[in-house]
Ligand binder design. Structure first.
Ligand SMILES: Nc1ncnc2c1ncn2[C@@H]1O[C@H](COP(=O)(O)OP(=O)(O)OP(=O)(O)O)[C@@H](O)[C@H]1O
Ligand SMILES: [Mg+2]
Length: 456
């Protein structure tokens, strides 16, 4: 993937997220800076530390959505984690270092996949040869394998070799045309899956950076099984086995770790959940501890992973939080200092709701239309209906709790419930939703505050 300019990044985000321009700009700049740093001469490169960002905004205005979309754009190791999932070192749960380990894991797997793709052609060639071997076994090998002495004399042998190679070529042509796909062959398949290991989770073993499953997998003898399968499947199985053998894992790991150290991005969602004064009891105990554990990682330290030590100095952190009941200043001061860039996301009103309903690639209206089209119901939204839904969303958000764009989900579900239930057995296959329909379905509930608290 090529490197996107900040402008292009914002454009890409625009396809899914309405408004929040400042937040988009900041993350776009940060993303581009990762790449810029790589181009700087080496001595200065090490001095350039990432400028971490906090996205602050009420619930449901697109913070997580930005992260989600960004992860698809970033041509860099990227992981999104919820800060609230972690516990202080020493308590049962995930320690904060696991986010770095996960990032390395992800990157190694991703790069392994890329490498395997790069060798597919070679692997497919090898697989083809091996399938041909299976289809046309070497008689010499067969006899000796059976314990019989090989009896072919010189001339005979010569003739049969030529014969065989022309047969083999014929078979190859048939194979490539797919004419042999339904024939069966027997082959040895290596199986290393041991589902029972899943029962033990990695919790507890994590600090050691040891993956229990991998460890056992390597200890246990490879489980080779003879299986009968169709030629087409055999080709695939052998090709993927071969691809794995062709990839140099040491190199993949080395590159992946370097990528993580130089270009990695960690999105720390729900950071406000670990802010706030601890009351000293209950689940709160670990909040401040988690923040303190976070410090060294954000500041730059070495985390041990099963792929070796990983330095976090240049990993970029983007944090996000609603900061409803707490403020960024409730984070411990050291941590505040590690996130110099603060961006506020604005809360959304009816105007934005109209756009959110219609404009994004994954807009809600498109989703429902597509769902009902499956049942041959054509759903049409009049413009005034969309405006009405947006107005109601704003109104309910003001009167009850402001849950941002999430309100649209609850409203739409309510609005279309009857239709979704009745389809495909509706009277007309074309359903036009106008503002009257919206009022009819939602009017009563929105007028009654208590009712809307429960239903919407
Ligand atoms: N600006 C926006 N443009 C398009 N869709 C949006 C926008 N804001 C929110 N949404 C939609 O609303 C839903 C919730 O948004 P999101 O998960 O980003 O909220 P959030 O800001 O992370 O809230 P929280 O603080 O509760 O985690 C998503 O389905 C998202 O598609
Ligand atoms: Mg969120």
């Amino acid at each position: 993937m090529k490197q996107l300019t900040p402008n292009q990044i914002v454009k890409e985000l625009d396809r899914y997220i309405i408004g929040q321009d400042q937040a988009k700009r900041s993350v776009a700049i940060a993303l581009r800076n990762r790449w810029r740093r790589q181009q700087v001469p080496a001595d200065l490169r090490d001095e350039i530390a990432p400028k971490n960002i906090i996205l602050i905004g009420p619930t449901g205005v697109g913070k997580t959505e930005i992260a989600r979309r960004l992860s698809k754009l970033a041509d860099a190791p990227f992981i999104k984690v919820e800060a609230s999932k972690f516990t202080e070192v020493g308590y049962v749960g995930r320690d904060v270092e696991s986010m770095v380990r996960d990032l390395v894991d992800l990157t190694v797997n991703h790069m392994k996949m890329l490498q395997q793709k790069a060798v597919t052609e070679k692997a497919e060639q090898v697989a083809e040869e091996r399938v041909l071997d299976l289809l046309l076994p070497d008689p010499a090998k067969r006899r000796t394998a059976a314990g019989l002495p090989y009896t072919g004399s010189g001339a005979e042998e010569q003739a049969s070799v030529e014969d065989r190679s022309s047969t083999r070529e014929k078979l190859r042509q048939m194979l490539r045309k797919g004419k042999l796909d339904d024939r069966y062959v027997e082959l040895d398949v290596t199986e290393r899956s041991m589902p029972f290991v899943e029962v033990f989770s990695n919790v507890g073993m994590e600090e050691l950076g040891i993956n229990f499953k991998d460890m056992l997998g390597n200890l246990m003898p490879k489980n080779v099984k003879r299986r009968k399968m169709k030629v087409a499947d055999a080709l695939q199985t052998l090709a993927s086995e071969e691809a794995q053998n062709l990839v140099d894992m040491d190199k993949v790991v080395e590159e992946a770790v370097a990528r993580v150290e130089q270009a990695g991005i960690i999105f720390l969602d729900e950071i406000d959940k670990i802010a706030g004064k601890t009351s000293g009891q209950g689940p709160d105990v670990s909040r401040e501890g988690v923040q303190r554990d976070l410090l060294p990682i954000v500041e730059g330290s070495t985390v041990n992973t099963k792929y070796g030590p990983v330095r976090t100095d240049h990993i970029l952190f983007i944090a996000a939080g609603a900061f409803h009941t707490v403020k960024p200043s409730d984070l411990i001061p050291e941590l505040q200092g590690r996130f110099p860039i603060r961006v506020e996301l604005s809360s959304l009103g009816a105007e934005q709701f109209v756009r959110i309903l219609t404009e994004p690639r994954n807009a809600l209206l498109l989703q429902y239309t597509a769902l009902l089209r499956v049942d041959n119901v054509e759903l049409v939204f009049e413009d005034d209906a969309v405006v009405r839904i947006a107005q109601i969303a704003e109104q309910v958000n003001q009167r009850t709790e402001n849950i941002g764009a999430r309100r649209l989900h609850t409203l739409m579900e309510r609005l279309l419930e009857d239709l979704l239930f009745a389809a495909p057995a509706v009277d007309q296959p074309r359903m036009v939703i106008d503002s009257a329909y919206v009022d009819q379905k939602l009017g009563k509930i929105t007028e009654d505050e208590d009712l809307s608290r429960y239903i919407l």
